[in-house]
Ligand binder design. Sequence first.
Ligand SMILES: Cc1cc2nc3c(=O)[nH]c(=O)nc-3n(C[C@H](O)[C@H](O)[C@H](O)COP(=O)(O)OP(=O)(O)OC[C@H]3O[C@@H](n4cnc5c(N)ncnc54)[C@H](O)[C@@H]3O)c2cc1C
Length: 326
Amino acid sequence: MSLRVGSRLLKTHVNRQTRFLSQFYNIDDSAFGFTDQQKELRNLSFNFAQKELAPIAGEIDKKNNFENLRPFWKELGRLGFLGITAKPEYGGTGGGYLDHVIILEEISRACAAVGLSCGAHSNLCLNQIHRNGTEDQKQKYLPKFSSAYLDGLETFTFDNLKAGAANILGELNKGVYVLFSGLDLERLVLSAVSLGILQSCCDVAFQYAHDRKQFGKPIAGFQLIQGKIADMHMALCASKCYIYTIARACDSGFVSRKDCSAVITYASEMSTKAALDVIQILGGNGYINDYPAGRLLRDAKLLEIGAGTSEIRRMVISRAITEEYS
Ligand SMILES: Cc1cc2nc3c(=O)[nH]c(=O)nc-3n(C[C@H](O)[C@H](O)[C@H](O)COP(=O)(O)OP(=O)(O)OC[C@H]3O[C@@H](n4cnc5c(N)ncnc54)[C@H](O)[C@@H]3O)c2cc1C
């Protein structure tokens, strides 16, 4: 990952040493073999997302509207968070899939709805053009998509849309191959949204369990609550291990369809389970909308549906295994 991103963030955002530690359940990334640069990227993404996005996540959900969407998007572009995997000569950041996962995890930890939109833009759209576009297409679109300065681009209405030859991505009438060729990487990258939700579940529930007292002691002291806390920690760490490992493999050029399907299936189902545990740990407060538990559950469930449902992903996984036996 180019240091350009880091240096721009350091100048414009909260001090990278300042983390709001008490409200968060943080796991030292040394456990996952992160380099200093990857740890720095985590801190920068965390600080940005918690400062700029987390305070408005509830409002975005309640109103189903993001009033400052445009300036926020431009800020993401300015930080290099939109064109993460595009090369610098196309205005991108020059990062890899693990970098993409780290950034998307932290954005989704703050607000998974915006995380999903970011992933759709930076991976489904931008990375597909980067992987399949002609030189002219890349020069024309990627710098603007990476920076979010879209004002100069033509806008489309989708009735009777005709794409000229210059705008065909891949071969004529072979768009489905372009789409499917990106699906493995899409599943890997979007698994980071589930990971962010899972992390957020731990942030909310662990602090609450240590604050809330019943029968004269914090509920975190009761064994049945301790069991849920331990299960959530294990789900978080197992998801991290699997996702980071597969992201590293993709960065080295090894893209496994089976494992890209498996990471999102596993992490999304673990995040849904964790979100249900958040509701249970918060009791009545988990059920009402004064706390983010309901939002976390709705956001978690989406990742079992979008990018192919859990059922379809299991078909993909088991077909790959059957192929290995044929
Ligand atoms: C918020 C959101 C964002 C989305 N974003 C995008 C996007 O950016 N791009 C995009 O292309 N799509 C997007 N989608 C669409 C998403 O990929 C589809 O909703 C999903 O693939 C399921 O398709 P479906 O809704 O038609 O359900 P169906 O295909 O009707 O499935 C209904 C149920 O039947 C099961 N089922 C279907 N076929 C089989 C089978 N062969 N074997 C076993 N079970 C089966 C499914 O698993 C599911 O449980 C988005 C969806 C949502 C909700």
